[in-house]
Ligand binder design. Structure first.
Ligand SMILES: [Zn+2]
Length: 306
């Protein structure tokens, strides 16, 4: 936004704001053109000023934001507000006054949006007021200037989203972002932002997220435990299978030996009984080893898939 600094006679404003914070914007109509406002505020006889003046697309500045302009007819309001004048209000026929133009409203919406963002001024009728709503001496100003329309334009221009900006860009499910959000909450509590309802909403969101993160962490610990138990079980089954396979390698050797025994037995019929005993023992051992191997194998096949 292009703002032309015009300045004002030093008697028409006060330097500084006596330690007060800006928390509202007061809207006026000039009852004249923008040029007439330039002349009025430069005139040291008037002891009056505003911070800004708007005529269609043109914006003039007369007093710095950090200084107190004399515009509200209420010194307490002067100390805490920014005053904006709007071109219009002069008599075009008896009883009929010039309405501030569409373009003037549009430009005002943009300026109000910028000031709202800069000073965290909410775009509500509590904080954006017409001169007559605050004046102690009575006035018709700002006449037919449409304040609601200016607020609506300011909202579309991105003003009043000081809390919206906090939400933007922060993934609240992420731990680092949570830290940032909490830091912002601390700043909100310190009074850096003014929208209490949105602050409460953000705080509730964070409480909810903390709850769900805690329950997910508990679930994760449980699953991790279960996983390490399964890994141990599989390692044990592998070991059993290897042992059984090693033992099964004995089987062919034993068979060969048994065959030899059979042959020998045929050659020595008198020793049949002792050979039969020996054969019984070997056969039992072979069966045992085969059973062991089979059991381990079945165990491995069926339990590994757990
Ligand atoms: Zn006024």
């Amino acid at each position: 936004m292009n703002i032309i600094f015009k300045g004002a006679a030093t008697i028409n404003f006060e330097q500084g704001r006596r330690g007060n914070k800006i928390d509202k914007i007061i809207l006026h109509w000039i009852v004249g053109t923008l040029e007439s406002a330039d002349a009025t505020f430069a005139n040291p006889q008037r002891v009056a000023s505003a911070h800004y003046g708007i005529g269609d697309g043109e914006v003039h500045q007369y007093v710095n934001d950090q200084d107190t302009a004399y515009h509200a007819g209420n010194f307490g309001v002067n100390l805490t507000s920014i005053g904006i004048e709007h071109e219009g209000g002069w008599e075009i026929s008896p009883g009929v006054r010039m309405k501030p133009s569409d373009k003037t409203h549009e430009t005002s919406g943009k300026l109000v949006a910028a000031l709202s963002k800069k000073y965290n001024i909410p775009l509500t009728r509590e904080h954006i007021k017409g001169h007559k709503e605050v004046s102690l001496s009575g006035t018709e100003c700002p006449g037919t200037l449409d304040i609601d329309r200016i607020i609506k334009i300011a909202k579309t221009e991105g003003g009043d989203n000081q809390m919206g900006d906090i939400y933007k860009g922060y993934d609240l499910a992420n731990k680092e972002s949570m830290k940032v959000a909490v830091d912002i909450l601390v700043r909100v509590q310190g009074g850096e932002f003014v929208d209490k309802a949105k602050f409460d909403e953000l705080q509730q969101t964070i409480t909810n997220l903390n709850g769900s993160i805690n329950s997910k962490n508990t679930e994760l610990l449980k699953l991790t435990d279960e996983l390490s138990r399964k890994i141990e079980e599989i390692a044990k089954l592998n070991k059993e299978k290897e042992t059984a396979e090693d033992q099964a390698k004995e089987v062919p050797t034993l068979r060969k030996f048994l065959e030899q025994c059979e042959l020998d037995r045929k050659g020595f019929p008198s020793e049949r009984e002792s050979w039969n005993r020996a054969r019984g023992q070997y056969e039992a051992r072979i069966k045992e080893l085969e059973n062991n191997w089979f059991k381990a194998f079945i165990g491995f096949i069926t339990r590994k898939g757990l």
